[in-house]
Design a binder for this molecule. Structure first.
Ligand code: ADP
Length: 252
């Protein structure tokens, strides 16, 4: 079976700067891929290529067999929620549903279901400034899911949140790809976040980013409480392996 996402021998340059590659990477439906790498290693460039905002200088990127269409084929979540401040929570989700082509009559039920999915069931009528940063990021995730994308791209989405809020969001996001065959590509600087969320971790080198480590993570996705899982010996061993790879990166 062909992969959902196929990054085939991709290199990307900005004028004379080689930002990324060559990178060869395939992601299947259901995978939760986490990318770890130093600043400037091309992580955002990789996400922009997958979102269709950039075309690779060499090689090809295909999603379900076609070049990704910008703003259409993937759901995007950034470090800042980037919500419409003049809309309510519901208004933000409804705007995304409209953009995704969901018929008007179906939008209220679809919005309610998305908000329930991210744990915000009763906050639909609130204004964006009336909810916390963590809740705003939940709205951003619900909005990214509105078009039912096969692939969700998350670029350091929890970096600006406090530790407790971050852990709660990690626990909720971890389950997102377990249903409906969606896949996620998630960028982080946190080794611990990578091990907790991933079914597979990629460590990128310094610029131009190349794959230094491609590590499957075989921790249970359901049935073990998060706090317990974080204390497992296998969890610590994976964290150690990724941290060692990250520490070994030589600045270019
Ligand atoms: P990361 O997300 O890992 O920090 P980026 O993908 O943002 O890395 O950047 C990779 C490299 O490409 C960096 O050296 C950066 O300076 C360079 N770069 C990124 N975007 C541009 C651009 N639009 N024009 C020129 N250089 C860029």
């Amino acid at each position: 079976m062909s992969p959902l996402l196929d990054i085939d021998e991709v290199e990307h340059r900005y004028r004379d700067v080689v930002a990324l590659g060559p990178v060869d990477l395939q992601v299947d439906a259901g995978e939760f891929l986490v990318i770890v790498g130093p600043s400037g290693s091309g992580k955002s460039t990789l996400l922009r290529l997958v979102a269709g905002f950039e075309r690779p200088t060499t090689g090809s990127v295909t999603l379900a067999g076609r070049p990704p269409r910008p703003g259409r084929d993937v759901g995007l979540v950034f470090q800042q929620p980037r919500l419409f401040p003049w809309h309510t929570v519901n208004g933000n989700i409804t705007a995304a549903l409209r953009w995704a082509g969901v018929p008007r009559a179906e939008r209220p039920a679809a919005a309610a279901s998305l908000l329930a999915k991210v744990g915000l069931g009763d906050l639909g009528k609130r204004r964006v400034w009336e909810i916390s940063g963590g809740q705003q990021q939940r709205v951003a995730i619900a909005r990214a899911l509105a078009a039912r994308p096969r692939l969700l791209l998350l670029d350091e989405p929890f970096a600006a949140l406090d530790a407790l809020t971050r852990e709660r969001l990690q626990e909720d996001v971890r389950g997102l790809t377990d249903t409906e065959g969606q896949a996620a590509v998630f960028v982080t600087h946190s080794v611990d976040e990578a091990v907790f969320l991933a079914t597979r971790i990629i460590v990128l080198s310094d610029r131009p980013g190349r794959i230094l480590l491609d590590l499957p993570v075989d921790l249970p996705r359901t049935g073990v409480p998060a706090a317990e899982l974080r204390g497992w010996a296998e969890y610590a061993a994976l964290r150690g392996e990724v941290a060692t790879a990250v520490r070994a990166i030589q600045p270019s």
